[in-house]
Design a binder for this molecule. Structure first.
Ligand SMILES: Nc1ncnc2c1ncn2[C@@H]1O[C@H](COP(=O)(O)OP(=O)(O)O)[C@@H](O)[C@H]1O
Ligand SMILES: [Mg+2]
Length: 394
């Protein structure tokens, strides 16, 4: 699978990303430099390939809520597209929302949802199984330390429930367990119950066990909308990314073992694209999702997991993730710290340090491409999008 992303600025040669093997791709650049647009380009071409060869699962983590516009053809750039030999095109989009889409996506306004459906967006809703989170994951979710009195009580409750009920316990069971815990003081119990009741009020935790991965469809671009989830308090966004990456990893590990033994499996290879990725794997600080993401990128190649991360602040992404990326698309960067962190990824085959290439970047839509597989570096003029880009500001 060759993903066409643009042309070499120097000799006009077509530039492809080889996508048959698993890849880890970093897209960076300052705000408005074209990262999300480029990420959409890569997704389009992965999807173009889906009917022709093996099925793949394409999932986008969308913190800004901009990728659903891929359901519409990019008519506004029709002329440019024609010059490149393309036509405007729409893609199948499934927009996945935690909890009820009307409440959690459409601000309670049904007309918003109706209009999006008219445009062709398919909606899906998912809930989080409390048992998919480990006892320490639950403590992390509430920012409780393991030596914290509330943390100790919560850890004990989850651990006991897991032992007794396996996968089938829910928030009401956790609340009950905390209420019945004789070892804990009233004030601690109250404080913890407040947190758990808040979690219950979000309506995003399941009341019967749902297989998370069942919500995705290989013939759609699966977009997990995070715009409606508060990025601050209690790590909701990270909670979802942690469960997703953990389960994808486990599913593909099993699938890989089966493939090697020539046992049929319908678990497809995965391309996971994460925009604003510094939210999930920040440098110098731990999050619920970070260790799972690091494992996904470090050990995911063999089981067929590919990752694309985009960030305006590469210096804010964990260095273990950065150093695992085998392809970089760096749009214009001006901050010294960010240039420095990208420059640290310079390799012998480049001729020059990476920062020399970054300095040569001109307009939006140009990016330095570093491809470790091909040992190639150059400046690419990124191709126009076939589908609508939703990143514009109002
Ligand atoms: N390759 C490109 N060709 C034409 N326009 C582009 C290109 N890349 C980005 N743009 C335009 O630049 C603006 C910013 O792009 P975007 O990808 O949203 O920025 P970022 O994600 O880096 O903040 C958008 O309005 C988009 O339409
Ligand atoms: Mg963006």
């Amino acid at each position: 699978m060759a993903l066409f992303i643009g042309r070499d600025l120097k000799d006009d040669e077509d530039i492809y990303i080889e996508g048959d093997k698993s890849r880890s791709i970093l897209i960076c650049g300052k705000r408005g430099s074209g990262k999300s647009y480029t990420m959409g380009n890569i997704i389009e071409d992965i999807f173009e390939d889906i009917y022709s060869t093996q099925k793949k699962l394409v999932i986008i983590i969308d913190p800004m809520g901009i990728y659903h516009t891929m359901v519409e053809p990019n008519y506004s750039q029709n002329n440019v597209l024609n010059k490149w030999g393309f036509n405007p095109k729409s893609y199948n989009v499934k927009l996945l929302v935690a909890g009820d889409p009307i409440e959690n996506y459409a601000f309670g306004e049904e007309r918003i949802l109706d209009k999006m459906k008219q445009r062709g967006v398919k909606f899906g809703s998912f809930k989080i199984n409390p048992s998919d989170l480990s006892p320490d994951g639950w403590c992390d979710f509430f920012n409780l330390g393991m030596t914290d009195v509330q943390g100790i009580c919560l850890f004990r409750a989850i651990q006991n429930l897991k032992r007794r009920m396996g996968k089938s316990f829910y928030l009401s069971d956790i609340i009950n367990a905390v209420e019945m815990d004789a070892k804990v003081q009233d004030r601690t119990r109250e404080a913890l119950l407040n947190r758990l009741e808040w979690a219950e009020s979000l309506n995003i935790f399941s009341q019967n066990y749902q297989k998370f991965l069942d919500i995705f469809e290989t013939d759609h671009i699966n977009i997990i909308d995070m715009k409606s989830l508060d990025p601050g308090r209690y790590n909701l966004r990270n909670l979802i990314v942690s469960i997703l990456t953990k389960q994808l990893f486990k599913a593909r590990l099993k699938a890989r073992a089966m493939e090697e033994l020539e046992i049929f499996t319908d678990i497809p290879k995965v391309w996971l694209a994460i925009d604003e990725a510094h939210q999930f794997a920040p440098s110098g600080k731990s999050t619920l999702a970070k260790e799972h993401l690091i494992r996904f990128v470090k050990e995911g190649r063999q089981p067929g997991l590919s990752l694309i991360v985009a960030s305006q602040q590469p210096s804010a992404i964990d260095s273990e993730i950065l150093s695992q990326c085998d392809l970089i698309l760096c749009h214009k960067l001006t901050s010294k710290g960010d240039i420095h962190s990208i420059n640290a990824l310079s390799a012998d085959y480049m001729g020059n340090e990476l920062k020399t290439y970054i300095r040569k970047l001109g307009r939006v839509g140009e990016a330095v491409l570093v491809d470790d597989e091909k040992e190639k570096v150059g400046i690419v003029s990124i191709r126009p999008r076939r589908s609508n880009h939703g990143g514009g500001e109002s």
